[in-house]
Design a protein around this ligand. Sequence first.
Ligand code: SAM
Length: 287
Amino acid sequence: MATLGIPQNTIAILQKYNFNFQKKFGQNFLIDTRVLDRIIESAEITKDDCVLEIGPGIGTMTQYLAEAAREVVAVEIDKNLIPILENDTLAEYDNVTIINDDILKVDINKIVQEKNNGQPIKVVANLPYYITTPIIMGLFESHVPLKSITIMVQKEVADRMQVGPGTKDYGALSLAVQYYAKPEIVANVPPNCFIPRPNVGSAVIRLTRHDKPPVEVKDEAYMFALIRASFNQRRKTLLNGLTNAGNLGVTKEQITEALEQMGLPATIRGEALTLEQFGELSNLLKA
Ligand code: SAM
C-alpha cells in the first residue's frame, strides 16, 4: 500500500472520492511520514498490542498502526469516510475493525473486552481538537484498561497537561491528567504537516497510565470537585473560591482550619497547590 503520509497520495484519494472536509469534525489529515513514524515509535506499538484509534480520517495513521500492532479498532464519526477506509485504504488489512460512531458514545470497555479480553489497550490518535478534553477525561474516568494514550493535540493543550503549579497554564486539566498518568511531550508539529492546515500549532503527547495514582484520596470525585472550584475563580484566594462554590459541603471555618493544618497561608491561591496538596486538602475536608 502506498503510504498516505506522502501528500500526493492523500490528495489522490481525496480527489478520487470527491471528499469535502468537514470543519465541525476537526478534520486535519496528517501528511508527514516523519511525524507518523515518530507517533508509532513513541507509542511503542508491538505485535502484542491492541490499539484503539480515534478518528482515522482516510486511514493514514491506521495503516502504520495495522502494520505495527496485532489488532486495531478505529472509530470514525464521519460516514463519508467509511467507504474510503473499507474499500480502499484499509481494504488489505484483516486486523483492522472500523466502527462508524461518535467516540463519546461508544462503549470502549466493551471493545476492550471483545478485542483484548479486557487486557489494557493503547490509544493512539490525531485527535479532533474540539473534543480533546472530554475524550481524555472520558477514557480515564470510565476506567478503560489502558497502557498509554499517545495523541496529537493543540500545542497549548499539551502544555497544559504537562505543567506544574505556579504557571499560567496550570489548571484542572493538568491535575486530572497527572493524577491518572505521566505526561510527556514527544514532538512539536507545525501546521504544514496537515491538510488542511490548522490555525494552531500541535504537539504529540504520551500519557503513560500510572499503576497507582501518586496520591491516595478517600473520594476522587470530591477531590476533582474541589480542584474545579479552585480554578473556576482563578483570581480569588483558594479560601474564597471554595467557600463560594456552594457544592462542597464545607464552611469557611473548616477550610481555614484545614489550610492551617497543612501549614498553608489563608491567602494562598489554588494555582499554587500541588496534586499532593489537593489530595491532602480533599481528605481533610471530607473527614
Ligand atoms: N487520523 C487522521 C489523520 O491523522 O490524518 C485524521 C485526524 S483528524 C484531526 C480527526 C478525525 O476524527 C477526523 O477524521 C474526524 O472526522 C474524526 N472525528 C471527529 N469527531 C469525532 C468523534 N466524535 N468520534 C469519532 N471520530 C471523530
